[in-house]
Design a protein around this ligand. Sequence first.
Ligand SMILES: [Zn+2]
Length: 227
Amino acid sequence: MTVPLMTLPRRLLEGYEEFRSGRLLAEQGRYRELAERGQSPEIMIIGCCDSRVSPEVIFDARPGELFVVRNVANLVPPYAPDDAYHGVSAALEFAVGVLQIKHIVVLGHGQCGGVRAFAEGATPVSPSDFIGKWMSLLAPAAAKLGPRNEQSPAEYLRRLEQASIVNALDNLLTFPRLRKLIEAGKVTRHGAYFAVATGELSVLDSQSGRFAPVAAAARAHEKRSRL
Ligand SMILES: [Zn+2]
């Protein structure tokens, strides 16, 4: 029996119509140029699949500006050249080797379902479930964080979401070619955290190891560069 494919859901057709008569009209020239010249984004974002955390929306990006890879809980697996299929690693290889990206941003967020599933030790839906194995990438971040002790569940999850971003940034260094570029200052790593409820964006300060709202982080950077 053949399984029929349906047309797009109404919401997408309506959204496309809106895009075609609005943004596409306004940016037609840019799309044409990008089609002829190819893309050359300078920024790669590694984000979560979560429907509330769209990098293009949060950063008000235009076509061609962001090279985005999204996966459950915005994780970066360590370099592992084996026979398995590695989507994130392939995207990194393309970003670094072909596009010569200059910045890699790991964008985490609040209320991440993947992080919560790991923290709550939810049992996989089935033995062949992929999520359990994928989320085990969070284990090093959880180990570094230590026991929950008196922390509220919300506080612990926020800390784990942020520790996971740091771990993902560390894992980028396991890719030999990328590591060389980072050490040579040709590629810069960044950690960011989007609080869904307030829309506040925080960035990881490499000196303090803490996440601070972008406005405060910019002030601290300015102060440091004046010293
Ligand atoms: Zn998430």
